[in-house]
Design a protein around this ligand. Structure first.
Ligand code: ZN
Length: 249
């Protein structure tokens, strides 16, 4: 009898990208929390009402070292799991697009906080590549407006004061409820509603594995808590899951 292959869900936070040189911007101890001026650039009401904040935000985006970041061993391990034929879904709190850049099928990735690799118009909702908007900034437009309607453009990330996309969130909830293994990696599980997905997965019978340097509020619910560095811990775990899946096939 053919058995259904177990569905592996991965919730990734800032910790999975630190090996790629991207700092934690929005976690409880993130860059933005420690630097109120930087946080303003990502606060929706301030961004919309203050042209100087927008000009500063565009300069910051233009000069961001994050554009040169490359996926690391942890991102690559997720791609190996997918290529081994294991059903996998990634729910990420990151906006860096590194899971997709590593080669994971884009539709397998749910970006809870949006993506920094696209822009969105705050008036007509038109989207486009961030790279094209940044070319306009480099060419001298300090606050490039939407080419379709002239509205204010922003990074397609969820700013402070904005709601998460309800469709993305409900899909994440469905994945958490339906998965067999739920791996929370590089997230302090302190930012809701993302954190509650780990609890939901455990409640619905998933094996919950937490890989994080610091303790999280969900550790007591976990089947396994791993404190070793993500760059070695995640590949070890996922390669084992891939092997188990192949053996049980
Ligand atoms: Zn527009």
């Amino acid at each position: 009898m053919a058995q259904r292959k177990p569905l592996v869900a991965l919730l990734s936070g800032a910790g999975i990208s630190t090996d790629s040189g991207i700092p934690d911007y929005r976690g409880p101890n993130g860059v933005w929390r420690r630097d109120p001026e930087a946080e303003k650039l990502s606060t929706y009401d301030v961004y919309m009402s203050d042209p100087e904040v927008r000009r500063r935000a565009w300069r910051t985006r233009r000069d961001s070292p994050a554009w040169n970041a490359r996926p690391n061993a942890a991102h690559e391990a997720v791609v190996r799991l997918e290529r081994a034929g294991v059903p996998v879904r990634v729910i990420t709190q990151n906006v860096d697009g590194l899971h997709q850049l590593a080669g994971l099928t884009p539709r397998k990735v749910l970006e809870l906080h949006g993506t920094a690799r696209e822009v969105v118009c705050t008036k007509c909702s038109a989207r486009g590549p961030m790279a094209e908007a940044l070319e306009r900034v480099v060419a001298g437009e300090e606050d490039p407006p939407c080419l379709a309607c002239g509205g204010i453009l922003k990074s397609a990330t969820v700013m402070f004061g904005q709601r998460l996309d309800p469709r993305v969130l409900s899909e994440a909830v469905a994945i958490a409820k339906g998965c067999d293994v739920f791996v929370a990696v590089g997230t302090s599980l302190q930012v809701q509603p993302a954190a509650s997905l780990a609890g939901l997965a455990a409640e619905h019978g998933a094996r919950l594995v937490i890989i994080n340097a610091e303790p999280t509020p969900y550790d007591p619910l976990a089947t396994e808590v791993v404190r070793t560095p993500i760059g070695t811990a995640l590949p070890a775990l996922l390669d084992t899951l891939a092997k188990e899946s192949t053996e049980n096939a």
